[in-house]
Design a protein around this ligand. Structure first.
Ligand code: UDP
Ligand code: MG
Length: 336
């Protein structure tokens, strides 16, 4: 008899956030699950799939619910409403807490599932974070590329963290996920925080393929909001702008004050009205800008203080054993 001890396969959970993805979601999920299953034998790992429906208002949840009921190792968590990708990723990471490693990937095949094979191999060689880095941003418009590059330059300068060409397509060891979830802050910028934590990291370059199923889910407004939150969460440098502006306005007022005084003494005073209006407008704008900047940071503090969860789970559905034993559980309005 063979008495070799049974070695348990390492488990890798794949977290897939999705929002209004009814076009093509089943084809994409089928491709992802089938491709990763085909790697299981050679990699000696078992994959589990955690689909996080981020409050879709189309057929995404019902399509994916059905898919998960019939696909082994696949489960769906539905959030009560759209909390944004960051919240959806967090929900998936919490749900995947028993896995040995976790991969986060988009559901639109812009994060090619074939890369997961190399990611897992690098992880097995002892690297804690494997991140996919874009070498070509694909079909994005030129203005979008320029905006993204501006944001990453600014982010790099202000926070000292280089996020250029990074994305959320990453493999994380379980200890990295634990550390991430144990961070105290509520406002989370996934790719920034993972880099900030500084675990040994390897990179895999990839070319972003075309999106499968509809267009991007990000509006310009949402991207702008995400950029402001990310910048203010990682750097307090913009607050110093207020001090700099104060110093500049003070210097300008001293120079202008001396100049006006000299002219007055020489009996050649400036015609006052225009100067007063320009000065009022200048100081007014500086004050408004400064108050606005302080307001952005106050809003961050306000949001942190409330300590509201980043997401709420409405429903969980997992693979149903064919014999009919239902494993689907519905925890309506449970707080995570
Ligand atoms: N997504 C999400 N919640 C949102 C917006 C997007 O879960 O509020 C998901 C989306 O379904 C996709 C991934 O995040 O799986 C990336 O979105 P998208 O492809 O629209 O972004 P892009 O590739 O244009 O950066
Ligand atoms: Mg995409």
């Amino acid at each position: 008899m063979d008495n070799k001890p049974l070695t348990k396969l390492k488990s890798v959970a794949v977290v897939i956030p999705m929002y209004n993805e009814e076009i093509g979601i089943i084809e994409n999920l089928t491709q992802i699950t089938q491709m990763l299953r085909s790697y299981e034998k050679t990699l000696k790992v078992s994959f589990a799939f955690i689909c996080v429906d981020d409050g879709s208002r189309d057929l995404t949840p019902s399509l994916v619910r059905d898919f998960c009921r019939h696909t082994y190792g696949c489960e769906l968590i539905s959030l009560t409403r759209n909390f944004g990708k960051e919240g959806a990723i967090e929900a998936g990471l919490v749900q995947a807490n028993a896995a040995d490693a976790i991969v986060v990937m988009d559901c639109d095949l812009q994060h090619p599932p074939e890369l997961v094979e190399s990611m897992v191999k690098l992880w097995q060689s002892g690297i804690d974070v494997v991140e996919a880095v874009k070498i070509d941003r694909g079909v994005e418009t030129r203005s979008y590329k320029r905006m993204a590059s501006l944001f990453y330059q600014l982010f790099g300068k202000l926070s000292g963290i280089d996020l250029k060409d990074r994305c959320d397509f990453k493999l994380l060891d379980a200890k990295v996920v634990r550390a991430y979830l144990n961070l105290n802050e509520k406002n989370r910028f996934f790719r920034g925080l993972i880099q900030w934590m500084g675990y040994p990291t390897a990179q895999i370059p990839f070319v972003v393929p075309e999106r499968k199923g509809g267009g991007t889910r990000w509006s310009v407004f949402r991207l702008f909001r995400l950029s402001v939150t990310a910048l203010t969460a990682f750097s307090s440098a913009p607050l110093q702008i207020v001090t700099v502006l104060g110093v500049v306005t003070f210097i300008v007022s001293v120079v202008l004050g001396i100049y006006s005084l000299v002219l007055k003494l020489l009996g050649d005073a400036l015609d006052g009205f225009t100067t007063v209006i320009i000065l009022l407008l200048f100081i007014g704008s500086v004050l408004m800008f400064s108050i606005g900047l302080l307001g952005v940071y106050m809003a961050q503090i306000f949001n942190e203080l409330k300590r509201r969860p980043n997401y709420l789970v409405n429903e969980r559905t997992s693979y149903t054993i064919p014999s009919g034993q239902a494993e689907s559980q519905m925890d309506r309005h449970s707080v995570s």
